[in-house]
Design a protein around this ligand. Sequence first.
Ligand SMILES: [Zn+2]
Ligand SMILES: [Zn+2]
Length: 206
Amino acid sequence: MNIEELITQFLDPNHYIEFYKVPHNFKDYTIANDAYTIIFIPRDEKYKESKEKTRFENTINEILNDIEISKFKPLPKINIPEQIICTYCDGSGKSKFQKCHECNGEGIVDANTDYNTYYDLNCKTCNGKGEIILRVTEEKCKTCNGIGKIEPGDFPIRIENMYVKFKFIKKIMNIDNIEISTNMKKNILFFKAKDIKGAMMGILKT
Ligand SMILES: [Zn+2]
Ligand SMILES: [Zn+2]
């Protein structure tokens, strides 16, 4: 995996905040982050300084400082959670969303009885979602990308005394000589390898 592919995993292209969509330069680093994970690589001048820098500056400095003072050890072997059947296509790999005909995609309906009109009831046909899933179709299921199975990204992976979502750990588990440090108090996992470092949030205990 090249460095660009690596840092792209730490972005959220659909986020409304620009800072989470594209890599930014900050001090000696190029940063890629979403609201849950962040990676620092050596500064690459092809990226811009962030306009929203001041808003995130304190957090970023704190993370860098924490990484500096933490003790690291190799990332333990991760047992990759088993794939689960895609509930959207029922494993067939084919599905398509269609606007609910009952509520016209609104998710809510009005109901009349002899005495009363009830407004804004949850549509029973689509369960209030406004759309229904068609399984008799040739369209590739967008949820599983036609594979019929989904990797359980939200599966909690235990690392020392912390739990981290598999989809976060997956971003770093193939980096050579990756080391980690867990900070229980802040519920953050720090990582580093050669000239890369970063952090990811643990799963909040409920
Ligand atoms: Zn599917
Ligand atoms: Zn409906």
